[in-house]
Design a protein around this ligand. Structure first.
Ligand SMILES: [Zn+2]
Length: 243
């Protein structure tokens, strides 16, 4: 293999290491973003449940006031019973008292139902608060992991980028430009090995895409230290001449 292709392979080796580190960091960044979204959703669910809890409490308070008024009415009507003079007055008062009592009983039942509802909401608020706390905790953990990754990779990444810069100096501008474009497309997998697929015939295959390679490209590759790309996947080809 010629010097140019050797240099391109060296460059690819560094490029792949850089891509791998960036990929690991990106995975951690995405995990942080997903968790942050989860925290926001949990916070919103908590806010909604808190508001519902407050509404239920207000409803219950209102009913309590109503109930107390009616209970006071019942007491007052009972007292009035002592001072009636006629049977007619008594009957009218009793009817009023019974109505008031029936209303009070109905309200008491409703008050009990509301109280149960409020208790359920209170528990739900506590559960959602626990979920928010848990999700926030987890977010802090994975943010710390990301930060740790950034710090531990920073030196390695810096060294690799310096090596990559040095390796790129051995390559002409046109080839380097092509290399960079292919790298972007295939995440650093720029170079593809050519393998002979038939022991007696001149048949070759690109290992980058597993497609048969035109004979003239294989021949050119065997005779020149030149940048020759696969007609199918576009990667830069290299070959082990003894193959
Ligand atoms: Zn190919």
């Amino acid at each position: 293999m010629g010097a140019l292709l050797e240099s391109l392979l060296t460059l690819q080796d560094l490029e792949l290491q850089i891509v791998d580190i960036r990929r690991q960091l990106a995975t951690r960044e995405r995990a942080v973003e997903r968790q942050a979204a989860k925290v926001r959703a949990a916070e919103q669910a908590l806010d909604e449940e808190r508001a519902a809890y407050k509404r239920a409490q207000a409803q219950q308070d209102e009913l309590d006031v109503d109930l107390k008024t009616r209970q006071a009415n019942v007491t007052r009507l009972r007292e009035n019973l002592n001072s009636v003079r006629t049977n007619k007055e008594y009957a009218a008062l009793m009817s009023q008292l019974n109505n008031e009592k029936a209303d009070t009983t109905r309200l008491e039942t409703r008050a009990y139902e509301l109280l149960e509802g409020v208790e359920v909401r209170k528990r739900t608020v506590a559960e959602r608060q626990a979920a928010v706390d848990h999700d926030r905790h987890r977010l802090t953990d994975i943010q710390a992991q990301l930060e740790q990754g950034r710090q531990s990779f920073a030196d390695r990444l810096g060294a690799l980028e310096r090596q990559r810069g040095a390796a790129a100096e051995n390559i002409d501008a046109k080839s380097l430009d092509l290399f960079n474009r292919i790298s972007e497309r295939y995440e650093g997998e720029v170079m593809a090995r050519v393998v002979r697929i038939h022991p007696r015939r001149h048949e070759y295959m690109c290992e980058g895409c597993n497609m048969a390679l035109a004979a003239e490209r294989a021949n050119a590759l065997l005779t020149r230290d030149d940048v020759i790309t696969c007609g199918n996947c576009g990667r830069i080809l290299h070959i082990n001449k003894s193959a």
